[in-house]
Design a protein around this ligand. Structure first.
Ligand SMILES: O=C(O)[C@H](O)[C@@H](O)[C@@H](O)C(=O)NO
Ligand SMILES: [Mg+2]
Length: 382
């Protein structure tokens, strides 16, 4: 079944999510944002879709790489297409990113699932049809009533437990917040949340990413007293030796790498170096669903969990197909935003969660996104 075309539709949609100077999202005034829908069409008319930031799948990337590699190839040959795109990456002067690779690969999975009338998580393997979620908060802010104090984190955590979550991850304060980075404030927020939710809710932290070894050690030792489940990305992930040192000096599980490049290759080196106790990978960070599976299988071979980074259809597909991931990262959450409200271009969210904190995997064929094509048509820019 040969690929006939690769196209991108850019459209607008309203959002109340804004990005800060570090790229972290926070609630803000409603604005019109742009989204790209990548469509891969096969010769028999079968289509696969994925959603991406327009700049990641901009015309140069589509013309210089996607079309050159995909058109004419068998749409079911995802691994061959992915390997061909990876070889183009090296010569692309960093123009063909892991995220771009991921969106193409996701659309190919979606096409296969739609064609075979199967959800992707079943196509991959099918381990479970529901998964416990952790509530992943947005980063701290300076918004009164938001996530601006340890007590506001504690109050929000109480509402998340009441919603059904059995685990919560705090993204704490980072610049440009005026008082960040602040190890003591991070610990205060964690202590306030532990006090509020009690001992039976799993808690994790994902704070400022550029602490020194000694700052990270201080935070880690305080989290051990609070019985936190994992310690995420407290230092520059380019320094694997710093993580090996930290993991050696702490009993709390250190998880990573999340934002480091290198796909499944760098993660193999982290395991070999003892730089983490739990592996981490997400489709957008390692170049797609299949590479995320490669990391999960690597972790399994070493008796480790692989906690999948990020929410959304691709993450769900992997989490539904493997055993060694304890949670689905549902977020990012904030007191001022209703996570359960779908984006205007979707009829429903892909990750509904019941009152027991279980996310039910989609039964729709493909990635399971409930796409509102009429909305996209009516709001298309190009
Ligand atoms: O931009 C980031 O750092 C991530 O999106 C972050 O906000 C969140 O997704 C994360 O770190 N999860 O673990
Ligand atoms: Mg993280």
């Amino acid at each position: 079944m040969k690929i006939e075309s690769v196209n991108v539709t850019v459209f607008t949609y309203p959002t109340r999510r804004v990005s800060d100077s570090a790229g972290h999202s926070h609630p803000g005034e409603e604005s019109l944002a742009k989204m790209a829908m990548l469509t891969i069409t096969a010769e028999d008319g079968s289509k696969g879709y994925s959603f991406a930031p327009p700049e990641v799948v901009r015309p140069f990337v589509v013309n210089a790489f996607f079309r050159k590699v995909l058109v004419g190839q068998d749409a079911f040959n995802r691994e061959r297409i992915w390997q061909d795109l990876v070889h183009w990456q090296r010569g692309s002067a960093h123009q063909l990113t892991e995220r771009a690779l991921s969106f193409v690969e996701q659309a190919l999975w979606d096409l296969a699932g739609r064609k075979l009338n199967l959800p992707v998580w079943k196509l991959i393997g099918g381990y479970r049809d529901r998964v416990p979620a952790y509530g992943s908060t947005m980063c701290g802010d300076e918004l009164k009533g938001g996530l601006s104090t340890p007590d506001e984190y504690a109050r929000f955590a109480e509402t998340l437990v009441a919603r059904g979550y059995k685990a919560i991850k705090l993204h704490t304060w980072m610049p440009p917040v005026a008082f960040a980075p602040n190890p003591k404030m991070d610990v205060k927020a964690c202590a306030a949340v532990r006090e509020a939710v009690g001992p039976d809710i799993d808690l994790m932290i994902d704070g400022y990413h550029w602490y020194s070894r000694t700052e990270a050690l201080y935070i880690g030792k305080e989290l051990e007293k609070l019985n936190f489940a994992w310690f995420e990305e407290p230092m520059e992930e380019e320094s694997m030796s710093s993580y090996a040192w930290l993991a050696e000096n702490l009993s709390i599980p250190v998880i990573g790498p999340e934002s480091l490049g290198g796909k499944h290759h760098s993660r193999a080196d982290w395991v070999k170096a003892g730089a983490c106790d739990i592996l981490r990978a997400g489709a957008n960070g390692v170049g797609g669903i299949a590479p995320t599976l490669k990391v999960a299988h690597l972790a399994e071979a070493f008796g480790m969990d692989c906690e999948v980074h990020g929410n959304g259809a691709a993450s769900l597909a992997v989490v539904g197909a493997i055993r060694n991931c304890r949670w689905y990262e549902r977020g990012l959450l904030h007191p001022f935003l209703d996570y359960d409200e779908p984006a205007a271009y979707l009829n429903s969210i892909v990750d509904p969660m019941d009152s027991d904190g279980m996310v039910h995997l989609p039964t729709r064929p493909g990635l399971g996104e409930d796409i509102n094509f009429a909305y996209i048509d009516a709001n298309t820019l190009s």
